[in-house]
Design a binder for this molecule. Structure first.
Ligand SMILES: [Zn+2]
Length: 150
């Protein structure tokens, strides 16, 4: 009886020794299976988690230059991370209501108080003649965009 791989969606024949096999034998599907297994193991097995952390710490001690070298030969990776971090910082500032952002906004509102407020909007045609009744609109000055510049 063939089955459908839950990772790639292809049909496969399970091994007789693995009756509830869910992943086919393609390398990427087996990799996905192991990733899922490890994620579950880390979430449920404290001893396994501690052991993994120890192994990673030991590896980092044996290879102290790994990430520095990696960043050096993968500048695109480094740049992407830098941009993601910038976005995270920006989101964090916005959600935590950073005082400096609020202060800046207060200052800007004071300076631009002629911009924020209620306005009468009168639709006109090209000759400048009012076409419809006026509309009252409220305009608020919005600040704090996330510029992605350097
Ligand atoms: Zn598969």
């Amino acid at each position: 009886m063939n089955r459908t791989c839950i990772f790639c969606g292809r049909s496969f024949e399970p091994y007789p020794t693995v009756p509830d096999q869910q992943y086919c034998s393609r390398p990427e599907c087996q990799k996905a299976r192991r990733r899922k297994w490890q994620k579950e193991k880390l979430a449920t097995d404290e001893a396994y988690k501690a052991n993994q952390a120890d192994c990673q710490r030991a590896w980092r001690q044996r290879n102290p230059d790994y990430w520095r070298r990696y960043r050096k030969i993968h500048p695109a990776y480094t740049e992407k991370n830098r941009q993601l971090q910038r976005q995270r910082n920006c989101l964090k500032r916005q959600s935590s209501g950073d005082r400096s952002v609020i202060a800046k906004m207060d200052e800007l509102t004071k300076r631009n108080n002629c911009l924020s407020g209620h306005y009468r909007l009168v639709p006109i045609d090209l000759s400048g003649v009012a076409k419809m009744d006026e509309l009252i609109v409220k305009i608020d000055v919005i600040t704090g965009g996330c510029a992605m510049g350097p």
